[in-house]
Design a protein around this ligand. Structure first.
Ligand code: AMP
Length: 417
């Protein structure tokens, strides 16, 4: 379907052309007409589907009619990176209009955000905590909000934001259009939807299943050899841009240091870094100045980074859903990608669950020439108490014997794009 068929205000075609969109994605085809009619929407859409434009275009269309210079649309999102990303989409799509948007989130000074509101930003893209602060201080006025978007609602629930989200909903007018997007619907999100939406149109785009363009592989490895295996993998695998996930912030930093020491071009993204560092890391990674980014799950959801060739789970995530979100960072928009996951014997249950969801066994790989038999170094008193590490009150389980399923696709490293 072509964008001209939506009967959008002609001023929006400037931004659509600028964004380079030619035909609408399935979620846009389903959501835009309903949203233009003023319907509330519940969307089950994986990121990478064009979800952002699906709610941004109807909002811009609505705002082109009516008063200017007051906040009339509010988009609530769990992370600062997502807020920036959504705001970037708004800026492009609103290029032919004079509508203004602003991001509202913590970790940076409130001054510029307050100025943007005073200057009449019609669209606010906000994380819950800072928005509530600015509402309480009288800087952000919610009384003219006509459109409310709750993005990544399940993530907001996971992060403990639902009480804040409820406060925000209580602060905006009852008479409004609401769109809620969530990849999964735990009971709490269902309740939130039931309380905040009126006769919503349900739009489900793809079940919560990994993108078909991604090839998955498990790398059985004892916990103490993960870093050595990672370096071997990075050294030999043909990669363009690699996103590595660790379970904790401290482990992300450790792995970041190890990769850096090996002479590779790496950055990191996690919540121990300042907002400025987070923005610089993501920008550098998106723009190809860093080939590798080590992140905690903060980066797992919704981030739109083009052409990530590999996602490596240094640690298995906690849930199958988290796995799907992490590896959803690669294989986007018809591109292909690889998802490598390091697994220890403790991960067997989750592997079985993932294989059930994917309907097929995930192949196990080994790296030829890598010595899997190196014993764990003796633990000092200060050693970590991570999963699988001795000192956590129980002896370590023996590492699984790696099984080789087919030839490992390793070859000389190609020059970077
Ligand atoms: P999202 O799911 O909103 O994060 O979007 C994923 C990516 O798809 C972004 O890079 C968008 O710019 C891009 N995109 C969204 N809609 C379209 C479209 N109709 N045609 C081409 N690319 C699109």
């Amino acid at each position: 379907m072509n964008f001209t068929q939506f009967n959008l205000d002609s001023r929006l075609m400037v931004g659509i052309n600028k964004a380079g969109y030619e035909t609408a994605t399935p979620i846009q085809e389903a959501a835009i007409p309903a949203a233009l009619r003023g319907r509330d929407i519940i969307g089950t859409a994986q990121t990478g589907t064009g979800k952002t434009a699906a709610f941004v275009l109807p909002i811009l269309n609505k705002l082109l009619n009516g008063p200017r210079n007051a906040a009339r649309a509010l988009i609530v999102t769990p992370t600062r990176e997502l807020a920036d990303q959504i705001n970037d989409v708004i800026r492009v799509l609103a290029a032919g209009t004079r509508l203004k948007s602003a991001t509202i989130y913590g970790g940076v000074g409130a001054g510029p955000q307050i100025s943007a509101i005073r200057n009449g930003a019609e669209i606010l893209v906000a994380c819950p905590g800072r928005l509530l602060d600015l509402i309480a201080q009288g800087h952000a006025k919610m009384n003219q909000i006509e459109a409310l978007v709750l993005d990544e609602a399940d993530r907001m629930f996971d992060m403990g934001f639902l009480p804040d989200v409820r406060r925000i909903i209580a602060a905006v007018p009852k008479q409004r259009q609401t769109m809620l997007f969530s990849a999964t619907f735990p009971m709490e999100v269902e309740q939130l939807a039931a309380q905040s939406l009126m006769h919503p149109q349900k739009i489900a785009m793809g079940i919560s299943r990994p993108a078909y363009t991604v090839t998955h592989a498990l790398y059985p490895v004892p916990q103490h050899l993960k870093s050595a295996l990672l370096l071997a993998l990075l050294k030999h695998t043909d990669t363009n841009s690699v996103l590595i996930f660790t379970r904790t912030r401290s482990r992300a930093e450790k792995v970041h240091r190890q990769i850096k020491a090996a002479g590779l071009n790496v950055t990191s993204l996690h919540s121990d870094r300042t907002q400025g560092q987070r923005q610089a890391a993501l920008k550098g990674f998106k723009e190809g100045r860093h080939d590798i980014m080590v992140a905690t799950d903060i980066a797992a959801r919704g981030l739109d980074v083009e052409s990530i060739s590999h996602v490596i789970n240094y640690d298995m995530p906690d849930t199958a859903d988290a796995y799907i979100h992490r590896i959803g960072r690669t294989g986007r928009a018809q591109k292909t990608g690889d998802a490598f996951t390091f697994v220890t014997s403790e991960d067997e249950d989750l592997i079985k669950k993932l294989e059930r969801i994917m309907g097929a066994p995930i192949k196990r790989e080994t790296i030829a020439g890598f010595d899997y038999t190196v014993p764990a170094p003796p633990k000092s008193a200060s050693s970590g108490r991570g999963r699988g590490a001795p000192g956590g009150g129980r002896p370590p389980r023996p590492a699984p014997t790696p099984k080789s399923y087919g030839k490992n696709r390793l070859g000389p490293r190609r020059p970077k794009r």
